[in-house]
Ligand binder design. Sequence first.
Ligand code: NAD
Length: 439
Amino acid sequence: MRITVIGTGYLGAVHAACMADLGHDVLGVDVDTAKIEALAAGRPPFFEPGLSEVLSRTVGSGKLKFTTSLADAAAFGDVHFVCVGTPQKPGSHAADLKHVNAVIDGLAPHLDRETLVVGKSTVPVGTAAAVAARLAELAPAGAGAEVAWNPEFLREGFAVDDTLRPDRLVVGTVSAKADAILRDVYAPILATGTPYIRTDLATAELVKVSANAFLATKISFINAIADVCDAAGGDVVTLAEAIGYDGRIGHRFLSAGLGFGGGCLPKDIRAFMARAEELGVHDALAFLGEVDEINMRRRQRVVGLARKLVGGSFLGRNVAVLGAAFKPNSDDVRDSPALNVAATIQLQGANVRVHDPEAIENARAAFPSLDYAHEAAKACEKADVVLHLTEWQEYLDIDPEELAQVVSHRRIVDGRNALSLDRWRAASWTVRGLGRASA
Ligand code: NAD
């Protein structure tokens, strides 16, 4: 099949490379010329495990090409996947659909034959129907330019595997023809028994934001319990282990700590609330406001724990921050809790030095006034306190005895409750975590 992928960021670049790897002829499209040049040379413009291999294989074989032209895309493709960003609108909780609208307005006038436009971006319910109406109005092919919505559930850090071996495929469309085309596109994945759920446009849009709302709620639930553990003298890590064995609860997404960030969960739950308000069902999702509040309070709690450890004031203190990416195995720093904490502590008078295995350049671009080190031990030199804020394997492997040789004081805040308390305490470190009052 001849496929285009419009928007080649964290979602689109992986989708384009994986579709080419499945055997399709793929054209990736973006407005960012630097990104397109890197991709066309087979270089991923961001860190994602496994992407480099798939990209060089598919670019090398000629199955994957790139352009900045929507006219070229329209001429090339029979199926167009829309993967552009849908960030939070400035000054509002709602999603900003300007990139989706720009793609539709730019692509539609070139669609002069039967074609299928497939949205993958996460959008407020109702967007797909509006896109379909706009296409019918603007495309010379008229009703021959169909729309489907196929939300994406990939996780950064596992994006290639999640794209090639997803838990499920969800396709929103009322058109049997669109359904058949997408079953063809995904045929090798469906052949392995992957569930395929066909639904209407609205349900497909809602599946994605509901999944994210559920995951955010689960994280904030255990973080709320962490606060109760701290007040009552309990240990949230043991508690989570114990309740997670209940098959109805499960262990995943049940780790208390610094909470969620990134380019998806925070803005998606806010956009979901904003859309519910427009639909007149604000009350139904009011709880997501509390989920958001609980999550944002994690950052203040970690700042508070660290401040207490250094004696009540950050003025003139050296603080080492391990982790800048919003999660491990990614260089994505969008709404990164780690950087938020680092910047807050710097504003309170500390000298803050940040390390991350992959995200330093992105972090520096977002927070140029923070100090950065290319080695974890360098970031920790003369530190009065070390903050473990993104659980990269590299940090879990640190030898506490070795790190103790470079710091001023053996104090660490484990913002992810992921370090071995026994190992660190055996090396005479004072360790603090959220919800670990009795640990
Ligand atoms: P991103 O910012 O990394 O990528 C978006 C890309 O779209 C950028 O490269 C940008 O230059 C490009 N773009 C913007 N306007 C364009 C235009 N008019 N024409 C062509 N390209 C244009 O964002 P992302 O993380 O890839 O997310 C994209 C969408 O996918 C969002 O709706 C997001 O919520 C959703 N999503 C993301 C993930 C994830 O893990 N990142 C997972 C599932 C869903």
